[in-house]
Write a protein that binds this ligand. Sequence first.
Ligand SMILES: [Mn+2]
Length: 257
Amino acid sequence: MSLCFVASAALPSFTGETPMLLSPQLPLFSLSALMPPMKARRAAISRKTAETKIAVRLNLDGTGRSHINTGIPFFDHMLTLFAKHAVVDLQLQCDGDLDVDAHHTVEDCGIALGAAFAAALGDKRGIRRYGFGFHPKNPFTGEAYVPMDECLARCVVDFSGRPHLVWRGMNEFSQKKISELDRNQDASSAFRFGLAREFFQAFANEARCNLHLELLYGDEPHHIVEALFKAFARAADAARRHDPRIAGQVPSTKGKL
Ligand SMILES: [Mn+2]
């Protein structure tokens, strides 16, 4: 197995997120003008084993563009919407042993994407670290809730340097009602009915993050997995953003993440 990554330092500078102006009519200053330009947070990973060959390019400061080809159409759909809703640019090509089954492809793409996140985040200076959104009924809680028709999924992430996946609520809903026929019909159905967890576990291990995913309610497997990926995207988007108040600081009292 070979795994290599390049976290770019010599790519064009990135001037940061759209600055908050005190007034749209009378902008007194822009934060980006006061702060040194940030490096583009990019990574390129290539990973090759006897089971999969994967190439990933990630730009954490992208615009949601993606080009994905894993050989599993539903998994491509999930990674495409992940890039869109996390607002990262992602190219991912996987040539895996789908003649065996979808397991190695899904797990190894999680490993490669997690490694790309870890490389692109670098020393994590100035990032918010925790990913969350707002519950519509309680805007003071910090969690990302994403609906998908009849489903509601929650994801909370901490790029803490410590890997841990919490996976709750999926067994209590429709997943247990799936027939063997549905479960085994093709690689895409295997992904929807069980392999999604392998992806998130692999991502958490390699990105070294706490990743808590929970399905609060839902029925339809496509919707369930899509809601989980969208919540994951929104949480990752929040966590990787820079907070201008802590520019240059590692967001930890330990001084290292
Ligand atoms: Mn869909």
